[in-house]
Ligand binder design. Structure first.
Ligand code: HEC
Length: 220
């Protein structure tokens, strides 16, 4: 075994005795390490990890998505308690915001309007009068001659309900809130306007053209 060729296992194989073959064989087919012992637990941990994440994400969306309703701004509101969410929004706060957004430019911060152009809301008989008329004015607009607090106006009040071509498309709650606000601001002391009252008039009148003051005066 002094020459290198003798160290080649293929060559030495032929010279192996039965006993050495058997013992080699035993080593080769003998007990192997447990298959599972060599199995990596990592993919299993990942599987559990990702399942947990997906479960958490599902629960999170279910809890906080607000059913993807654009009207729900409060991300902590539970979808099934929609009634409480509406109740939490103070109509005066919402109404004030809507007024500042859409009415103030014409009717002014003090509710006195602009003499001869835009009539006042403060102390107005329309604002403090029957809600049946007031809601219609904001839903469908008002056009043509109108008398407010003894003064004559002849302009056009924009349409706030959903009307094709109208820039505004206010929900019943927004209209109810802004009217509730103007009915108790600047010394006005009239009762609130409910979302239901606005919805009822919207359903009854559908999409119609702007009112004239004469048409409105026929409604009690
Ligand atoms: C572009 C100006 C303009 C905007 C914006 C506007 N109005 Fe008017 N509004 C008028 C004019 C003009 C009249 C009178 C219409 C007429 O002469 O026929 C009027 C009339 C009214 C009336 C009946 C008359 C009165 O003075 O009581 C009410 C109520 C009213 N507006 C409420 C509102 C509310 C609430 C908003 C906001 C949601 C609003 N208006 C936004 C111009 C406007």
């Amino acid at each position: 075994m002094s020459t290198p060729s003798n160290q080649d296992p293929c060559l030495t194989q032929a010279a192996a005795s039965d006993a050495s073959v058997l013992s080699e064989h035993e080593k080769a087919v003998g007990k192997q390490a447990d298959e599972k012992g060599r199995y990596s637990l990592m993919p299993l941990a990942l599987l559990f990890g990702f399942s947990g994440l997906i479960f958490w994400a599902g629960t999170y969306l279910n809890r906080y998505s607000g059913q993807f309703d654009p009207k729900i701004f409060d991300e902590n509101a539970h979808p099934s308690t929609g009634a409480e969410v509406v109740a939490k929004v103070d109509p005066i706060v919402l109404g004030k915001k809507q007024y500042a957004l859409a009415c103030v430019a014409c009717h002014m911060p003090d509710g006195n309007g602009i003499a001869t152009v835009n009539p006042p809301l403060a102390g107005s008989e329309w604002v403090n009068g029957p809600e049946e008329r007031l809601i219609r004015i904001v839903l469908h607009g008002l056009n043509g001659p109108v008398k407010v607090k003894g003064a004559d106006y002849n302009g056009a009040m924009p349409v706030f309900g959903k009307v094709p071509g109208s820039g505004y498309n206010w929900s019943d709650d927004k209209i109810a809130a802004v009217l509730t606000y103007v009915r108790q601001e600047w010394g006005n002391k009239s009762g609130p306007i409910t979302t239901e009252a606005v919805a009822a008039i919207r359903a009854k009148e559908g999409d119609r053209k702007q009112w004239s003051s004469d048409d409105l005066l026929k409604i009690q």
